[in-house]
Design a protein around this ligand. Structure first.
Ligand code: HEM
Length: 425
């Protein structure tokens, strides 16, 4: 492990950076090297999206290489993020989490498959989460939101993260999967271990991710066994009794698929909702534009997904190639911060502003290509229902005085400490 030392200009005290760095491979040019830590972004105190955009503003090349997190490339350009997502022949999903050592321990199905192997598994996931099926559960989802908001509204204050964002999508998902709500904290613990693993070295992070992966697998295995051959309509029963190319879904693949659904359904929407509502709490004029205009709200939800991307996964370079003038080697890893597409000023003018009427917001918040998020219909509905029902009951709200949300970066970005206040009639 290399240890870097720099100086704090205020106190002139040396700051020792204990993070592990790897040596730059020969094919990486010196002028493309930048010290960027996806798990501890510089400037994260001001906000996750602000931190990534701050890097963008530093006249970055489109592709840079960092010696941190095991050493990997980062696509800094919006269209490049999309291009890589959409081309599995050049950029494989064989490993998608960083550091690569940790990504190799990640066994969720079918995220690490490339087409054509991926295709039948993806079809099976679609049967449980397609738009028609999500519409069937809309009333139930709406009622879950209403119950929570009606409980919060008379108080005049809440912590949006703990009182709503960490409960609503989890309740919705646990009900769809036919799982008891009391299991949610355990699953949340595993999800955090996977998407923001702790450790100073790739090996330590791999151990954390491995433990979380095992936790998911041990949790789902008996549930899968109990639901094999069942006739229930919950998401797990639908998927485990599905077929792959006409054959029953193999047991090991069923464990990986159900674990992935739990991971996808739990951590993403939770954090997206908090990011979205912090912005609205700070921008009452934007909220006012939505009041009494449900059509604007329905159209504007996509703009919110553009503005508040939360996922940063990676792809593995599938073969030696020259990509946008840069030499890449088979096995190199490229991080794809989806935030950098929606917030690319060349793609969306004034990208930090929410413009409810923006025509066709361009983003990769749900990924792209064959692995594009299978849960996006559910995510969109959860965001829409939250906005509709919250604004009906709590039309004006703001961050409490002195509020200081805590932001975390990682495979899925997170935010906590989100105190809101409003007046109660
Ligand atoms: C704000 C909400 C969400 C965001 C931003 C999001 C983002 C993403 C992204 C970027 C990918 C692509 C991964 C890749 O290409 O490697 C993905 C895939 C996936 N998402 Fe989501 N997601 C969200 C909500 C959900 C929900 C609610 C579920 C529900 C179960 C879900 C389930 C999945 C699954 C299973 C995949 C893998 C699809 C495949 O490999 O074919 N996601 N998501």
């Amino acid at each position: 492990m290399n240890q870097a030392t720099s100086f704090d200009t205020q106190s002139a005290a040396p700051i020792v950076d204990n993070r592990s760095r790897v040596a730059k491979p020969d094919h990486v040019p010196d002028d493309l090297v930048r010290d960027i830590d996806m798990y501890a972004l510089d400037g994260i105190e001001a906000g996750y999206h602000e931190a990534w955009v701050g890097l963008h503003a530093q006249n970055m090349p489109k592709l840079v290489w960092t010696p941190l997190t095991g050493g990997h490339w980062i696509a800094m350009d919006g269209p490049m993020v999309r291009e890589i997502y959409e081309d599995p022949s050049r950029f494989s999903s064989e490993v998608i989490f960083l550091p690569k050592e940790a990504g190799e321990k990640y066994l969720m199905v079918p995220t690490r498959m490339d087409p054509p192997e991926h295709t039948p598994y993806r079809k099976l996931l679609d049967t449980g989460l397609n738009l028609a099926r999500i519409r069937e559960v809309e009333d139930q989802v709406r009622q879950t939101a209403i119950d929570l908001i009606e409980e919060i509204a008379p108080r005049g204050h809440c912590d949006f993260s703990t009182d709503y964002a960490k409960i609503f999508p989890v309740k919705v998902f646990m009900a769809m999967a036919g799982l008891p709500m009391e299991d949610a904290p355990k699953l949340e613990h595993f999800a955090v271990g996977m998407t923001r693993p702790t450790g100073d070295t790739p090996e330590e992070m791999a151990a954390c991710l491995d433990a979380a992966n095992t936790g998911f697998f041990e949790y789902v295995e008996p549930i899968i066994n109990a639901r094999r051959g069942g006739t229930g309509t919950d998401l797990i029963t639908i998927v485990v009794n599905g077929t792959i190319d006409g054959e029953p879904l193999p047991h090991d693949k069923a464990i990986g698929m159900i674990s992935l659904l739990l991971l996808g359904g739990l951590d993403t929407v939770v954090n997206f909702l908090s990011f979205m509502m912090i912005y609205l709490a700070r921008n009452p004029d934007k909220v006012a534009e939505l009041q009494g205009n449900d059509l604007k709200l329905l159209r504007g939800v996509e703009e919110l997904f553009r503005r508040f991307a939360v996922v940063s996964e990676a792809r593995m370079v599938a073969k030696d190639q020259v990509f946008h003038g840069v030499e890449l080697k088979h096995g190199d890893m490229i991080l794809l911060p989806t935030v950098l597409h929606g917030l690319d000023a060349n793609e969306n003018a004034c990208p930090m502003d929410i413009q409810w009427d923006r025509k066709g917001p361009k983003h990769t918040t749900f990924g792209g290509g064959p692995h594009r998020c299978v849960g996006m219909h559910l995510a969109r509905m959860e965001a829409t229902v939250t906005l509709q029902e919250w604004l009906k009951r709590i039309p004006t709200f703001r961050l409490a005085d002195g509020a200081n949300p805590i932001y975390r970066s990682g495979i899925i970005a997170a935010v906590e400490d989100v105190p809101f206040v409003w007046s109660v009639a």
